[in-house]
Design a protein around this ligand. Structure first.
Ligand SMILES: Nc1ncnc2c1ncn2[C@@H]1O[C@H](COP(=O)(O)OP(=O)(O)OP(=O)(O)O)[C@@H](O)[C@H]1O
Length: 296
């Protein structure tokens, strides 16, 4: 498990990362979300030892992390650092060797990953001949070359087409199934929602929420969807409810307090008193909504 404890980093007057503590457990996909400038990249760079730490520490399996531990990590930086003029396979072999693989194994690993990402026939091309999305795939392969013990991926999905997103998703799932801790940042909340076991939300350099997605959902109010056969505007007059939206016969509501059973019963009775109730069901709060609440 990777843990950060009180991680802090300043740039001049700005505290970009402020007392940040979170866990990236083994075998789980941890999503790292936050607006532009929230401090995700800075945090990841400190985890990887690429940026000096001004306060706090990074732990690996409960002890202070070492350079040797970090060499076994797979890291995909935000700035994609490939050499445009070099052949793709040579570049991957070089990066594999840098992370400690013998040349032969590095080549085999590069070729099998290129195959998997549909780039086997491009192995001999120069990087600059690839589209940006395909360069991104090569960058991902570079992070996976030496069977990493942990993965730290900065925006791995940006620029990928839907097929490449699927390959990436499969791959991350395989890595977590092998007990690898995976931390990845993303602005694509829909994807994070589908994928993540856990979430760390950063705002202005601080952790504002973390935990299992379900756990974060459970902290918010319960949401109900009511579908009737006529205009549902009358729900605005009921107590114990916040009306998120009414669109003709469909209302989206939040329980705001009191006895939830009572409120649901009243809602149903009031609805039936006016006509037909076609649906009254609990609905899941979208992650985007939770995100807005915790970062507000
Ligand atoms: N090398 C640097 N020098 C000065 N300020 C920096 C430097 N790197 C980051 N910052 C500042 O630190 C803050 C956090 O930036 P960071 O890149 O970590 O955020 P982020 O969450 O990764 O943002 P994004 O989602 O836009 O990539 C920002 O205010 C940024 O301007």
């Amino acid at each position: 498990m990777i843990q950060t404890r009180g991680l802090t980093r300043r740039f001049g007057e700005v505290t970009a990362v402020d007392d940040v503590s979170f866990d990236v457990p083994r075998g789980l996909l941890t999503g790292f979300v936050g607006g532009n400038g929230a401090g995700k990249t800075t945090t990841m760079r400190m985890v990887m030892g690429l940026l000096g730490i001004h306060g706090g520490e990074v732990l690996w399996d409960g002890r202070a992390i070492t350079a040797a531990d970090r060499r076994r990590f797979g890291y995909m930086p935000e700035e994609r650092g490939l050499y445009p003029k070099q052949k793709i396979v040579d570049q991957l072999v070089y990066l594999g060797e840098l992370s400690g693989l013998p040349a032969g194994r590095a080549r085999r690993s590069a070729l099998s990953h290129l195959e998997r990402f549909g780039l086997a026939d491009r192995a001999g091309d120069r990087v600059e001949k690839l589209s940006l999305g395909n360069q991104q795939r090569v960058q991902i392969i570079a992070a996976l070359m030496n069977s990493p013990t942990a993965l730290i991926l900065d925006e791995p999905f940006s620029g990928l087409d839907p097929r490449a997103v699927d390959s990436m998703v499969d791959l991350l799932r395989e890595e977590t199934a092998r007990d690898t801790p995976v931390l990845f940042s993303s602005h694509q909340l829909d994807l994070v929602e589908q994928l993540c076991d856990r979430l760390v939300v950063l705002a202005a350099g601080r952790v504002v929420a973390q935990g299992a997605v379900e756990e974060l959902r459970a902290r918010g109010p319960e949401r109900l969807r009511l579908v009737t056969d006529r205009d549902a505007g009358w729900v605005r007059d009921l107590r114990g409810l916040h009306v998120v939206d009414v669109d003709g016969p469909v209302a989206l509501l939040e329980l705001t307090g009191g006895d939830g059973d009572d409120v649901r019963r009243t809602l149903l009775q009031e609805g039936l008193g006016r006509g037909e109730v076609r649906e009254l069901a609990r609905v899941t709060t979208p992650l985007a909504e939770i995100y807005r609440e915790v970062t507000a």
